[in-house]
Design a binder for this molecule. Sequence first.
Ligand code: T3D
Length: 269
Amino acid sequence: MSEPGSASALMIRDEGAVRLITLNRPAALNAFTAAMLAELRQALADAAEDAGVKAVLITGEGRAFSAGQDLADPMVAPDPTGKPRDISRQLDEYYIPLALQLRAMPIPTVAAVNGVAAGAGANLALGCDIVLAGEGASFIQAFAKIGLIPDCGGTWLLPRLVGRAKALQLALLGDKLKAAEAVSLGLIARAVPDAELMSEALATAQKLAAMPSRALAETRRLIDQAMTLDFEDALRVEALTQGELGFAHDYSEGVRAFMEKRAPEFKDR
Ligand code: T3D
């Protein structure tokens, strides 16, 4: 296990064009320290800049995806005298940039939730484009139990994903939500047998990696943006974006490859 300030709290490797990032503090259920959050931001930035990487897959080592903020991290834990710290600093410096970065990745992101995902761990997973979970995995909005509100995008994501009533149920009660129920609520895409999670998640990420990155990133952007647009404005933003994509390499290549009955070679970012 890695500890803050020592070895890496992430394991990173490539599977073809997929960058696999594994949260790696299993003894603390992959809870986030400030150092780990900084590493994760760097890992996402590296993936975004590497033209050979076409999708990111995030998972956790051991029996958890992530238990959220490490409550023992000196950055947030009350000092030895019990004096509280300003935990908004942790959000400003780490979680907000991380959540924004994830939302603006030029390539698709997949979460493979291999066990419990609590607090910021749950909302980081839900911030990925496609969320797969093992049948034994669970999601917990753990914040209220320690006197906090859902952060890392939770207040924005939850009502959009499951509606206000279920969002409030999950956030206020902080109950454990099993993977199958998360699927039926529309919170995540799929639940699969635990033993098949990584192969299924990798296959999904590899499928996305073979697709036109720029079109996928624009699709995410427009779907997020459409939440606050009326129908006509959404149609106009679609037309504007489609016009731009129409001049890009990947559209010509996609059409040519279709006509020539061959696999396309996409390259736009
Ligand atoms: O502070 C700020 O910056 C604001 C931002 C906040 C963002 C947040 O994420 S707030 C929410 C923080 N997370 C939690 O409150 C969840 C706390 N953890 C749990 O409720 C439970 O651990 C789980 C439900 C996730 C799993 O339960 P269980 O019974 O399977 O495992 P466990 O025995 O509780 O935990 C195993 C070990 O992991 C244990 O350590 P030990 O006793 O074996 O040495 C436990 O202390 C450690 N651990 C689990 N969660 C955290 C943690 N250590 C530090 N921070 C954690 N969040």
